[in-house]
Design a protein. Sequence first.
Length: 76
Amino acid sequence: MTASDWNKVLKQIKKKSSKSRRFLKHNRPKERKAGIAAQKCKRCGRFGAHLNQYNIHLCRHCFREIAEEIGFKKYS
């Protein structure tokens, strides 16, 4: 079940409290503590290729775009 499907179903059964509680218990996406989906890019929201060295929290694509503005130099 994708995130959009999950939200659509939750909106439909929101008024029925017992059904919505049961739905949330069994179908809520679980919190990620490790792996690719644990952290998102602050700028674009991507999951993969995440740089958290120096507490940057950017994906590699966003890092390449704004590296010089942050203060990194390209040596090649």
